[in-house]
Design a protein around this ligand. Structure first.
Ligand code: FE2
Ligand code: FE2
Length: 180
């Protein structure tokens, strides 16, 4: 992959992330309000705040590259986030937790991928922030995994949507030494 392609891929990932963070923040704004458990409400509210922070950081990176977000994607992700926020009040506890975890998994991959392209481009100042955001997304993924992992619908839903919270927690336990 040449330099131009690394730059193209980095900008593509940053634009995806910038608008994705918008959808996530709007969705979590509904999600935490729909939850009853005060600890879970507080945690998802904190996650919403962290998504807004990520969006600001990614926006600064795009600006530093003299690039802009995609207007159509911003509109689309606003609609997605607002719709999911409303849905959280009607579809019960499990599905919002499961799909949030699956989304967070994708976010981890996006920021890791962006860090690889930034390294090839010599954009060293981006790399710690991209790794930090990836690590925060991983924490989000673990939180939603813990919420979704014991639900009786999980075997059916994970067979269809191919994200398994029990695998996430097993890796996390191995990495932190819990259960060893
Ligand atoms: Fe985020
Ligand atoms: Fe997140």
């Amino acid at each position: 992959m040449d330099t131009a392609e690394h730059r193209r891929q980095l900008v593509r990932l940053l634009r995806l992330a910038y608008s994705g963070e918008l959808a996530a923040a709007y969705a979590y704004a509904g999600h935490w309000r729909a939850l009853r458990n005060p600890e879970e409400r507080a945690q998802v509210q904190k996650i919403e705040r962290e998504e807004w922070e990520h969006r600001a950081t990614v926006g600064e990176m795009l600006a530093a590259l003299n690039e802009k977000p995609q207007a159509w994607r911003e509109v689309m992700m606003t609609c997605v986030g607002r719709t999911v926020a409303c849905a959280c009040f009607f579809i019960g506890y499990f599905l919002p937790m499961y799909f949030a975890g699956k989304l967070e998994h994708a976010n981890v991959m996006e920021y890791d991928g962006a860090a690889v392209h930034a390294a090839h481009l010599g954009l060293d100042r981006f790399i710690p922030e991209l790794h930090h955001m990836s690590a925060t997304e991983r924490e989000h993924e673990v939180f939603f995994s813990q919420a979704a992992v014991k639900h009786p619908l999980l075997p059916l839903v994970k067979a269809i949507f191919r994200w398994d919270p029990s695998e996430v927690l097993a890796v996390e336990a191995a990495n932190t030494g819990i259960g060893t």
